[in-house]
Design a protein around this ligand. Structure first.
Ligand code: ADP
Ligand code: MG
Length: 558
């Protein structure tokens, strides 16, 4: 395992840092690491420009750890990161690389956690402080001396910090550190504002620039699919049937779209969740952890919420909505193909977005080939393949353990083993369509023109648009039922099962009491028993679903 580490060994890192890197399993330093590590080790100020996923964290963490003095129990290096997640990621990386350096302590400083323990940890001798600018300024207000011993400063994702409005905070922080310190700035882009900061606060910085766009992208297979905007959900579901992914991140443009799509996927049985800026920080971390350890397989995110996210399990990036610019496209697809793995990036393109596709191809210097929506046969083949893969390993020792039971059951039932195996298959596949005719019926092919394929259920996710007025439910009312309406719909992140759950719980009803549930974009219809309806609605008066009042009312069709 170690003979491959000549690359790192040649970099003059502290032996204990080198040992930790080897233990981590890195084989070769990345391009930015090869270039930046000697510069930082030599004590120069530096501006590093490289895309996401190129290994910037180790590029500054390894040389800085090599240069601090573990015996001095005071803050020596400050790393600023734009968000709490990134700060935590960087702090974790430092801890990994410092594993073989007894006495080195790392503290992450960010908003949302109590300040007292953070300040105490800094004063108690953490040598490495990783912080978000806002919270660090709060600390400076309490103790203007906290940063007076800092010798190394890193601004990680500097462009993002400025976008988030941390300019003034950065100025305060710069002033609180010794002028003799070393300053290193990393940024994916170098807009004017970043150059201005560098000019003002860096001394004779060396420039290290890695043209990684093509490099980042080469490990990633990119394809696009032409699709009408109102067919996107159906197209995503269909693609997921045939794509062999481990974990997947899907990008959409709005917070609401993260909720809608994640709910649609969950309803189809995927382990999916939404990630957006409205979701509380600790919940976001839970989502990311779940994606890491396989409790989730799909995360539907906005660009902001997914920034810097590093989950090696991600094999697929799906650009459900077009990114705003080619740069964010490169950022997005950099979520897969991490650390030398291969990944696959899918891009949904609506007819109006063809030009953006061309721009992306030009900027990345690569062709993004076209794929067609899988047809029913391909969906069926994929389903059968999955079934085969899940059953094959079970066959090996099953006969030894259950063969006799099988004999007895076939004798008792009086059927052939084939009949019994078929029955068990039907049970195990739980109603899934597994013949061509059934798949075709379930998933009428998306025609090239308009109409979204209708799901079999009434839970159409399609926004209804008839002259701006929502279409009236065409579904005939079930017998003995009254139709009720709530103003909660798909755009509130509501799925039929949420309504069902809430009404069952709080209405004290049996499942059969509730008829059809139709979730539309901006409202939903639920069939409830006509008998005792007023009492029931009274019971449900204060019921909330997804945090919003349900307010069910009888719905008059005319
Ligand atoms: P960036 O900050 O440039 O987006 P990161 O520092 O987050 O990139 O690194 C991306 C991923 O690559 C991380 O999972 C990290 O552990 C891994 N990595 C970094 N350097 C190496 C290396 N030399 N060999 C293998 N993996 C590496
Ligand atoms: Mg980074």
């Amino acid at each position: 395992m170690t003979q491959e580490n000549g690359g790192f060994a040649a970099l003059d890192l502290h032996p204990n840092v080198l040992a930790a890197v080897i233990a981590t399993g890195y084989e070769e330093p990345s391009a930015i690491q090869i270039q930046a590590i000697p510069v930082i080790l030599a004590g120069h100020d530096m501006i590093g420009q490289a895309q996401t996923g190129t290994g910037k964290t180790a590029a500054f963490a390894l040389p800085i750890l090599s240069r601090i003095d573990p015996a001095k129990r005071q803050p020596q290096a400050l790393i600023l990161a734009p968000t709490r997640e990134l700060a935590l990621q960087v702090a974790t990386a430092f801890e990994t690389y410092a594993k073989q350096m007894p006495g080195v302590n790392v503290i992450a400083v960010y908003g949302g956690a109590p300040m007292g323990p953070q300040l105490k940890a800094i004063r108690n001798g953490a040598q490495i402080v990783v912080a978000t600018p806002g919270r660090l300024v709060d600390h400076l207000r309490r103790d203007e001396k906290v940063l007076s011993t800092i010798q190394h400063l890193v601004l990680d994702e500097a462009d993002e910090m400025l976008k988030l409005g941390f300019m003034d905070d950065l100025e305060v922080i710069f002033k609180a550190m010794p002028e003799s310190r070393q300053s290193v700035l990393f940024s994916a882009t170098l807009p004017h504002s970043i150059r201005a900061i560098a000019e003002k606060h860096l001394r004779d910085p060396k420039h290290v620039k890695i043209e990684t766009k093509t490099q980042t992208v080469t490990a990633i297979e990119q394809v696009h699919l032409m699709v009408h905007a109102d067919q996107k959900h159906a197209a995503v579901l269909r693609l997921l049937e045939v794509e062999e992914f481990d974990a997947l991140i899907g990008f959409v443009r709005t917070k609401q779209a993260t909720l809608d799509l994640a709910a649609a996927l969950e309803a189809k049985g995927y382990k999916a969740a939404a990630l957006n800026g409205d979701i509380a920080q600790n919940q976001r971390e839970r989502v990311i952890d779940s994606l890491k350890d396989g409790r989730l397989d799909i995360v539907i995110a906005t660009d902001v919420a997914a920034r810097g996210l590093d989950v090696p399990r991600i094999t697929h990036v799906m650009n459900v909505d077009m990114p705003y610019d080619p740069e964010s496209y490169v950022h997005r697809i950099g979520r897969t193909g991490r650390a030398g793995r291969t990944g696959r990036a899918l891009l949904l393109v609506t007819p109006r977005e063809r030009r953006m596709l061309q721009v992306i191809e030009r900027v990345t210097g690569q062709k993004v080939g076209e794929v067609k929506l899988p047809d029913a046969q391909q969906v069926l083949d994929a389903r059968i393949k999955k079934l085969t893969n899940s059953l094959a390993p079970l066959v090996a020792d099953a006969e030894a353990s259950h063969g006799e039971l099988l004999d007895r059951l076939t004798a008792d039932i009086g059927c052939s083993p084939r009949a019994l195996a078929a029955a068990l298959l039907r049970k195990a596949t739980n109603g899934q369509a597994l013949t061509l005719a059934e798949v075709q019926r379930d998933q009428p092919l998306v025609p090239g023109s308009g109409g979204a394929p209708r799901e079999r259920s009434e839970r159409s996710e399609r926004p209804d648009r008839e002259g701006g007025r929502e279409r009236r439910a065409p579904v005939p009312l079930s017998e003995g039922k009254a139709r009720c309406r709530t103003a909660l719909g798909a755009r509130d992140g509501i799925a039929a099962k949420n309504l069902l759950g809430a009404i069952l719980n709080e209405g004290d009803l049996a499942r059969e009491d509730i008829g059809r549930i139709q979730v539309r974009e901006s409202f939903s219809l639920v069939e409830l028993p006509e008998e005792g309806l007023d009492r029931l609605l009274g019971k449900l008066k204060d019921t909330r679903v997804g945090g919003k009042p349900l307010k069910l009312r009888r719905y008059r069709e005319d």
